[in-house]
Every structure is written in structure tokens, then in C-alpha cells.
Design a protein around this ligand. Sequence first.
Ligand code: AMP
Ligand code: MG
Length: 420
Amino acid sequence: MNQLADDCFNQVDGLMSTAEALAILQQRIVTVTQDRLDTVPLARALGRILARDVTSALDVPPHDNSAVDGYALRHDDLVADGPSRLPVLGRSTAGHPYGARLEQGQAVRIFTGAVMPEGADTVVMQEDAAQTDDYITVPPGLALGANRRHQGEDTRQGDVVLGRGQRLRPQDLGLAASVGQGALSLYRPLRVAVFSTGDELAEPGTKLAAGAIYDANRYILAALITGLGAEVSDLGILPDNAAAVREGLGAAAGGHDLLLTSGGVSVGDEDHVRGTVEALGHLHFWRLAIKPGRPLALGQVGDAAFVGLPGNPVAAMVCFLRFARPLILGLAGAVDLEPVLYRVTSDFDYEKKAGRREWLRARLERQGEDGPCAVLFRPQGSGIINSLVQTHGLVEIAEDVTQVKAGDLVDFLPFDEVAS
Ligand code: AMP
Ligand code: MG
């Protein structure tokens, strides 16, 4: 069984860039889910992570077949500069091959996906051929091999079609099915416990006491984790009380690979999360040069990893997407940890401090031929949950940039890429 190295989040250096933080995570995170592999039917494998390569035992398609409805024939039989007339001897329909060999001067009615009769090399589309009685007339100009799909043109026997560490998308399931795999060998799901922290937090659906707000983060975070194919235990709200935090985190550590909290780790906060995790294991505050969201708390409680996200919902979600997400994917066995960012045109002017990376919530609007344009949501406060909802994703502005002008290209991380 693989385990995280002891105190693997130890980091004492000063301010860290996003790239440095991600590189350290990438280096130190190991797959912890290989202690149990699950054999899972395709229909239940979506979003899970492959523990073994999938190798095809066959060619796909397994036979040459027709790409269209028409007539299979031998190209050699066609007259080069005029119409050709051929007798139609039988049919090849999908799933029901023509049983015999196509001899010289013959044609066979054929349909899309039906096996090419032996001897036939070309298909004329039905729209291009005139049939009268049992004969077709084929106009000149048909290319050798036209409308014929080749055995193995999609997948060859022996090809590795899906790789270990790949997180399964709908089309991956289709590819596995096409090579005949009814079930896949997957890492067991990562087990993640999610807590919110704060005396002010109340469960939605209950009455709000004076000074209270509803807990939003746990619903964002639990759903994001589920979307990564992990198993979430929603462990509720921890009060700002050292004994309760110790009790909650301590009890969860045994049955989970990762404990994820939000809130309670900002500067000036009462030290319940910090003190507790330090007492139970290790805790490090990574001073990230980012906005919104620093610091990020990383540590270990028993064998479980610990991530403490900021409390403000926007900061919690941004930090989850950029830091906790790759960490979770890495622990779960995925090889592809980083999301793809796209370049879009800025619709806004923006000034920022050098030396830190910033994420702004923006809507994409299509404007003209230069592709989508990012329109900033306002206000951008890190407590504004609507800024996550009324937008399509995050504009990511690099450390060295101090000024964005309308018309500049900016990096954009669509929520659909990472949060669905
Ligand atoms: P903290 O990091 O605990 O100081 O929290 C920072 C801000 O985020 C405060 O305004 C909290 O009330 C708010 N906050 C913390 N946790 C949550 C949560 N689960 N849902 C909504 N707001 C939260
Ligand atoms: Mg708090």
C-alpha cells in the first residue's frame, strides 16, 4: 500500500508562486488508492480512474464494411469513360453478411456498417447508381476503395486504447465498449471527508439565528469532489471550539484519505483548526502569492492528508479548483492533474500588483470573429457567491502582469473544464 511520505507538505520557504506550489504537489503526491482495485461494469465507471491499461484484443471495426447505403462491387469491373452495368446478386445488411464471394462482373446491395463481401473493394452510393430490375448502372469516376471502411481503421488488435491513470469520460466508456471490455479495473474511489468550520454557520433549511449565515461551502466542495469520482463524507459544520474540531477531525482521519475543511485558517482567526491539526499530526501554512485565497493549510492527520481552504466561498472554490483538485486527482491515481486554460479576449481594463496570481470571475460573450470575450462580473468580492454563478469561469492573470487592457488576450479557465 502506498502512503504519503511523513510530513510531505512541509514547506518553510517564504511566499510561493502557484507554479511552485503545483510543482511541489505534483512531486510529493502519490496514489493512495491502489490498495484495492475494483472491477466495475462500464455503466458505473464514469468519472472513475483506470488502474490498468486497456489493450484491445481485436481490430475495430472487425471487418471491412460499407460507409454508405449502396452497392458493393469490384472496381476493376468498371468502365473508365462511360457507365457500367452490373447484375445485383444479393444483399449484405448490417449484422447479416452476404454469404458468398463477389465474382467478376457482379454487385451486391449493401448498407451502412454491413460487411464488405469478399472480392468487393468499392461501394457506389445508392444516390449515384440507378437500379432497374436486377441491374445497376454506375456512372464513371468512382474511385477505387470509395465508401469502404477498413478493418482496424479505428483500433488495431494490441493497441493500448486507454491508459492507467485516465479518468473516464463518456467517450472513453464507448471506446472500452467497442473493444469488448464489459468491465474495467479501477482504483477504489478516494475517500474524502468535508467539513465547514465556524460558529456563524447554519444548515440551509433551518432557521437562521441572529448573526448566522447559511453554510454554502460544503455544498460547493462536496459536489466538486463527487465530480472528480471520489467518495464524499459530508461531516457537517465544526464549531469554533478546539475540542469539537479535535473530535471531528480525529474521528474522520481513520476512514478517509483526505480531510478537507473550509474556514478557520485565516490570519487572526481563533486557532482551532491550526492548533488541532498541529496537535494531531502536521500542519503547514503555504503562503501563496495569490488572490483570492491565501493562505492554504496543508498537513496530515494520521494517514489522512489535510487541506484547509479559506472560508470565503469564492476563495474556497478558486483554491479548490487550482490546488485541492490536482491534489485529489493525484491521490486518487489520475495522471492528468492540470486543467487546460484557454485564451480569450479581455473586455475590461484591470490593474493589479505584480508578484501574485489573480483569478477574476467572468462571463464569456461572443463578440465578432475574434472568438469569445471575457466580461468581468461585478462585484468581485471573495464573499460574492453570485460571481461564481453568473459567470462561465475564471480569468487567470499571471504574477508578472500589472495591467490588462481591453482587447488583450487573457487565460481563461472554464468552470465546465473543472467543475462538472
Ligand atoms: P474564516 O476563514 O473562517 O475567517 O471565514 C472567512 C469568511 O468566510 C467569513 O465571512 C465566514 O463567515 C465565511 N465563511 C466561512 N465558511 C463559510 C461557509 N461554509 N459558507 C459560507 N461562508 C463561509
Ligand atoms: Mg471562521
